[in-house]
Write a protein that binds this ligand. Structure first.
Ligand SMILES: [Zn+2]
Length: 303
């Protein structure tokens, strides 16, 4: 009889220790990682496929990534075709009934902004930045309100796959959603009041941000660094800048600035950098930190 408590302890402790095994979650790239990690904290093992240095549009899928996917209990994607490099692998996993969350579900989608190509003719479609399967722009995360929808989709996915921690995920998500709400409010208060919000970017990443806060997306300029920009097109961009009194043109981090310098010099517009949050170190607070830095950049440019 003295053994019974020992056996009892075994029976009780064994399932607990099994349940204590963390679920493995694979996210595709930085904003999706940041949202997921902010909800999961240390309750789940969250990893990103696209890591520092790489970017999600032309990601090279490696065998080690396949291993990450195989081990995952849950795969979380942005959706809208940006992770096309994942399609084949995901087909296999759907057959295995692996949980896959498309965070774009329920987000109001927008078309790509008007694109001006700096080079008269282009070399096929390989450079086209945001060609998506549905023909919609995939950069939904750059609008804090759409990001909230993505976060709720992630929360649902985590709770379904890991119901034991459902309550804790809920608590963490509420704190994070509250921060996103503050971010939205700060954009509203500080940007909506500005008068001249004529936006020209060198990346088609910002239609959602533009629509949310009433920017006028004049154009997105595409440059192919291996080709010489056509002087006529440069002139038409300069005319557009003058006509719309654009004070600043926005470029993304790491972008070739050759053609841009010529445009800025000719038109008198300044150059500033907007962050697409596509590249960088996988950190839970990366999204909030870098969107706040975008807010500062826009304020400075348009004040
Ligand atoms: Zn992009």
């Amino acid at each position: 009889m003295k053994r019974i408590p020992f056996i009892f302890a075994l029976v009780v402790l064994l399932p607990v220790s099994l349940m204590a095994e963390k679920i493995k979650v694979v996210t595709t790239f930085l904003p999706i990682y940041a949202h997921t990690k902010s909800i999961a904290g240390d309750l789940a093992d969250v990893r990103s496929l696209v890591e520092s240095g790489a970017e999600p549009h032309h990601f090279q899928f490696k065998p080690s990534d396949m291993k990450k996917l195989k081990e995952a209990n849950l795969i979380i994607i942005n959706g809208l075709g940006i992770e096309d490099w994942l399609n084949k692998a995901l087909e296999n996993f759907t057959k295995d009934h692996k949980a896959i969350i498309d965070t774009s579900e329920g987000v109001d989608l927008l078309e790509n902004p008007e694109v001006i190509e700096l080079t008269a003719e282009r070399q096929g479609d390989s450079h086209k930045h945001s060609e998506t399967e549905k023909g919609k722009n995939p950069h939904i995360w750059l609008d804090p309100v759409s990001a909230q929808i993505q976060v709720r989709n992630i929360l649902k996915g985590l709770q379904k796959v890991d119901p034991i921690n459902a309550k804790a995920y809920q608590t963490n998500a509420e704190i994070y959603l509250n921060e996103l709400g503050k971010l939205n409010q700060d954009f509203k208060n500080q940007i909506e009041v500005l008068k001249n919000k004529n936006l020209i970017t060198f990346h088609d990443a910002f239609p959602y941000l533009a629509k949310r806060y009433g920017f006028k997306y004049i154009a997105c300029v595409e440059d192919f660094p291996e080709k010489s920009p056509s002087p006529q097109v440069i002139k038409s961009v300069v005319d557009l800048i003058r006509k719309n009194q654009v004070t600043t043109v926005f470029v993304e981090e790491g972008y070739s600035q050759r053609a841009l310098q010529a445009i800025a010099k000719e038109s008198g517009a300044k150059i500033a950098t907007l962050d697409t949050i596509e590249v960088g170190v996988s950190e839970a607070d990366a999204y909030l930190k870098r969107m706040r830095s975008n807010l500062e950049t826009l304020k400075l440019a348009w004040k």
